[in-house]
Design a protein around this ligand. Structure first.
Ligand SMILES: Cc1cc2nc3c(=O)[nH]c(=O)nc-3n(C[C@H](O)[C@H](O)[C@H](O)COP(=O)(O)O)c2cc1C
Length: 167
């Protein structure tokens, strides 16, 4: 198994909780789970697989703590590393910007040389639009604790099972 670091930004704790659940499924210790609000992006260089998670705020914007971290990360050479994305959002109240932060991170890190893994079939979701959907696939795991909390556990289980096969 490759060395995995999980990096999240979370305003009310939802994405933090999902990050912890992902860690537990992948056997990643709590010392490898980082809040981007108090972490130097240099830490990411230590890992072979970066699992990056952000909730979406405003109207389709990154969670606040992500801005600086993402800027720093985007300036790095991440060739040879893999990146898997996840995010939390609300498909009922924000159906046209559902989990857009995931799409923002995906776009921003395109020039880093990293390989993205962990795409998800969108057919299990109902939303109007999301920048996380590219070419008919979601570029990461989307979680909606506000409306579909009952699906969260299985979504995390399926995603982490699939990730294990890609790493
Ligand atoms: C003011 C406000 C704006 C939001 N904007 C969006 C949005 O554009 N898209 C979306 O999918 N969710 C949006 N949400 C929902 C949050 O992303 C969701 O509640 C998430 O679980 C919060 O995660 P966190 O506690 O980890 O920050 C918004 C919530 C609030 C209160």
């Amino acid at each position: 198994m490759k060395k995995i670091g999980i990096f999240y930004g979370s305003t009310t704790g939802t994405t933090e909780s999902v990050a912890e659940q992902i860690a537990s499924h992948l056997g990643v210790g709590s010392s490898e789970v980082y809040n981007v609000g108090n972490t130097d992006a240099k830490v990411a260089e230590e890992y072979e697989l970066l699992i990056l998670g952000s909730s979406t705020w405003g109207s389709g914007e990154l969670q606040d703590d992500w801005y600086d971290f993402l800027e720093q990360l985007a300036g790095k050479n991440l060739s040879g590393k893999k990146i898997a994305l996840f995010g939390c959002g609300d498909a009922m109240s924000f159906g046209s910007t559902f989990c857009d932060a995931v799409g923002i991170i995906y776009e921003k890190l395109q020039g880093t040389g990293a390989t993205f893994i962990g795409t998800v079939d969108p057919s299990d979701y109902t939303y109007d639009a999301s920048t996380a959907e590219i070419d008919g696939q979601l570029v990461g795991l989307l979680i909606d604790e506000n409306n579909e909390a009952d699906k969260t556990e299985l979504r995390i289980q399926n995603w982490t099972d699939a990730l294990k096969k890609e790493i």
